[in-house]
Design a protein around this ligand. Structure first.
Ligand code: NAD
Length: 383
């Protein structure tokens, strides 16, 4: 067995996503499971190079995991021959500049979403990466979640017949930060720092809708900042300038209508933090992060509207659980493994910068629809 080491810059590793999902649950987890095996017997072995702004945090984090390779100097890390991949999990606003630097250094690039703050910049990054011949990828983790994999299996198996509509409900209460600390970083609530739920979540909705149901052709959207003032990590009150809720309708190729509510100002009365109800002529499903339930047309009850009487049916009990039928690994890790196989062995990987740019485009057009009111068409974005 040959081990193929590959140096990977992990920039923004001290952040929530950089540390937990990408370093610990993906790259270190890949090492714990023996590396990524290729068909020819080679094993890809990630060697993380931790990059950040704060020396103390980096040293402490590296020591915690027995790692020694860390630096606050991105330029010198990019100049290393043994580093082949640049990965970015910084705050969104810092991303474009760093990715441009990585393209110039000739590195392959994998990044958190959104790829950039606007479509023009995202498309430009896609074109520059293409011209430089580097292999790119953007995180689309929700595609690899068990609940959505099971939903995809239902679609592929023809369970729904003709799909009519999708209704997504996402969100939970993010504390204002005064009497209980907020559970998300404060930059997310400041537009000037790249925050906002549309920019954050629409890239996710884009790849989910496109991969599962069809291309998004138009968007209508209403946004709100329901909580106008919050308290940050330093206990300072600040005006929340970004949208914290979005109520959107997406029209898809083939006629499916998708309606998705996204909100940081909603309390959860659901089984999971995100759930999608898919209604088809022959059956319906409710898919969440882990679970997926179905109701077939043959067992669909016939409710009769009569508010004078208490409901006699337990509607929730009329759905059947879709079995796992396989073992699901962490979604971020699965996508990392696919990206590493793409870089090292040239295996196909369709979640590239152009796919990321389409997600950014949907966010931009969603905001435009919200500002001008009404419906905005989504033109096809090509390289
Ligand atoms: N895929 C997902 O489900 C998902 C979920 C949450 C966030 N994200 C994305 O991941 C990225 C990071 O989000 P997070 O929640 O981990 O944020 P975070 O605030 O926890 O981490 C941000 C990281 O960026 C670094 N950074 C670099 N320059 C900075 C600057 N000028 N100001 C502040 N921080 C700076 C910080 O040191 C830190 O390491 C964002 O682009 C976000 O959109 C993705």
């Amino acid at each position: 067995m040959t081990r193929r080491s590959i140096g990977i810059i992990v920039n923004g590793v001290t952040g929530r996503m950089g540390y937990r999902q990408h370093l610990v649950r993906s790259l270190l987890a890949i090492r714990e499971s023996g590396g990524v095996a290729l068909a020819d017997g080679t094993t890809i072995w990630p060697e993380p190079v931790l990059v950040g702004r704060n020396e103390t945090k980096l040293r402490e984090l590296a020591e915690r995991h027995g790692l020694t390779d860390w630096t606050t100097d991105l330029t010198s890390a990019l100049a290393r021959d043994d580093v082949e991949i640049y990965f970015d999990a910084q705050v969104t606003q810092q991303r474009e500049k760093a990715i441009r630097q990585a393209i110039e250094a000739g590195k392959h690039i994998y990044t958190e979403k959104p790829l950039a703050e606007d479509t023009a910049a995202a498309l430009d990054l896609a074109r520059a990466a293409d011209a430089a011949g580097v292999r790119t990828g953007v995180v689309q983790d929700k595609l690899f979640l068990p609940g959505l994999r099971k939903l995809k299996r239902l679609i592929d198996g023809g369970f729904f017949g003709r799909i009519l509509s999708v209704r997504g409900e996402f969100g939970y209460w993010v504390f204002e930060g005064d009497w209980q600390p907020a559970q998300r970083p404060s930059w997310n609530y400041r537009a000037e720092d790249g925050g906002g739920i549309v920019v954050d979540m629409f890239p996710h909705w884009h790849y989910l809708l496109e991969e599962l149901f069809g291309r998004v052709t138009a968007v209508s959207c209403v946004i709100a900042t329901h909580v106008p003032e919050r308290v940050d990590e330093a206990d300072q009150a600040y005006p929340a300038t970004a949208d914290d809720a979005a109520y959107a309708i997406f029209e898809l190729d083939g006629g499916v209508i998708a309606q998705i509510n996204s909100s940081w100002a909603v309390r959860v009365y659901r089984d999971e933090l995100v759930e999608f109800q898919v209604d088809g002529v022959e059956g319906s499903a409710i898919a969440g992060l882990r679970n997926c339930r179905i109701q077939h047309r043959a067992v669909t009850p016939k409710p009769v509207w009569n508010p004078d009487l208490p409901a006699t049916e337990n509607f929730r009990a009329q759905w059947a659980e879709v079995p796992d039928n396989e073992e699901f690994d962490n979604g971020f890790k699965v996508q990392w493994e696919a990206y590493l196989r793409h870089v090292v062995a040239g295996e196909p990987f369709r979640w590239d910068f152009l796919a990321g740019a389409r997600g950014v485009q949907l966010a931009e057009l969603g905001l435009r629809a919200a500002r001008q009111g009404g419906r905005v068409e989504v033109p096809e974005l090509n390289s």
